[in-house]
Write a protein that binds this ligand. Sequence first.
Ligand code: FDA
Length: 287
Amino acid sequence: MRRPFVRRSVSRFMPGEHLGDALSAAQALKPEGIATILTHLGENLGRVEEAEEVARHYLEVLDRTAAAGLDAQISVKPTQLGLDHDPALCQRHVDRLIGQAELRNNFVWIDMESSPYVDRTLSIYRASRARSPRVGVALQAYLYRTEADLEGLIPLGAAIRLVKGAYLEPANVAYPRRADVDEQFYRLACRLLAAAHLPGSVTHIATHDSALIGRILGFIEEHRIPRSRYEFAMLYGIQRAQQRRLVSQGHPLRVLISYGEYWFPWYMRRLAERPANVWFVVKNMFG
Ligand code: FDA
């Protein structure tokens, strides 16, 4: 981050490395009617003790967003809370965060990481959800298994963030063709919206894909799904025009703001999603 070209390229997607930077960005979005989700970058801890620091950090985030009067939820990666080392400890940390979210009238999202973590992540989610409605989980449309996972969760009145999926997965677990991922995303989004009246349901449609968003808006209109039953979710700095358009049409939108020193793997996934971003970095190297 000390190199100017890196700072210029990364700051397009990340307001800064510190919580204060993320809170300022969330404050700036508030007048536009855009709510936020904050995530402190990091995954696959080296030492299990680090999970305690991560959990404490998120407890502070919940306190500071409440003090700042922000509608800013948090999103955590299970491996950042010790899943690789000690799943029971990870569960306890997630539950601590949910307890604090209850006190602060807030909400905790659990990110979905690569496919070997799906079973363990869903079992943490199910256990937490049995205790509190203030927790949701991301499901990835690119995985073959997701339809069955979603059908298993819907009867719980589940809170689900539907995403395409950001990891490089083998063809035996995930659709290799983009068109198939998009189609599964559309079907699953409609399924979630149709079940969004169940008590406790929260549906996040997390994509920047304009074509997909257009189709999903068509479903929302056709079936008169109330706006209180879903939110669109996008990443900070991506598709700003589309973000403003959705809000101006009255659709709820949340932007996920990432911050922290450990931005490199996350940033590489953003570059991989869109080769044009690599040119953006190159231009900034010489700009
Ligand atoms: P797609 O990649 O097809 O992009 C559609 C269009 O959006 C592109 O054509 C481009 O215009 C624009 N766009 C997309 N990405 C861009 C980028 N990086 N830079 C510039 N433009 C871009 N994944 C995961 O595996 N687990 C998780 O828990 C989460 N959590 C999550 C939360 C939220 C709120 C969001 C928005 C996304 C995630 N993701 C995620 C990431 C997700 O799986 C996916 O990798 C990205 O959202 C990109 O996919 P799209 O659906 O936007 O479609």
